[in-house]
Design a protein. Sequence first.
Length: 216
Amino acid sequence: MKKVKQFAVLGLGRFGQALVQTLVESGHDVLCCDKNPDVVNQMSAYATDLIQADIADEKALKEMGLNNYDVVIIATGDSLESAVMATMAAKEMGVHTVIAKAKDIKQANVLYKVGADKVVLPERDMGIRLATSLVTSNVLEYINFSDAYGMAEIAPKPEWIGKTLAGSDIRAKTGFNIVAIKRGKEVLVSPSPQEVINADDVLVVIGTTEKIQSFN
């Protein structure tokens, strides 16, 4: 049976609300918190637990019992100070994984220094994804892992169609590692080198950002 994870989302802006709704729809337990009572009430249809509190208030965070959650997400974008206080408090309480949202690299570096296990920059990441899709016509979707590496969904080139993965020699020609093939509703994870590429396939690849952006 799939283990139900418990998440706490602190800060309910558009980013936080989207997180809560998606996690709940995926079958996970979610605590959500925001200092704005109206926003908290709006999320009552989604979250399993709701708390109105200021996430910069260490006492309030301790009363939430954050150490009982698998992942705590600091989703506030209003105040770096609040994000820092919440991140530090969560780690001090023994939370295994703390993910924080940042507006820019400078904020991200601060959050890493105070204990965040991962920092996301939604606006930057969305900008990179859009720019990559605009300049590379064969890239259908792009997710960056870092400034150097990313994962992309690409359409196969005409010369690859009908050939096996080994026969098309994609890795040698592009530098991409193929980690999956999306074929209609089916996903072939770690496909065999002898898997034949179809015209409607979507190849999920990992490679350097430079090579993905130059792929056309």
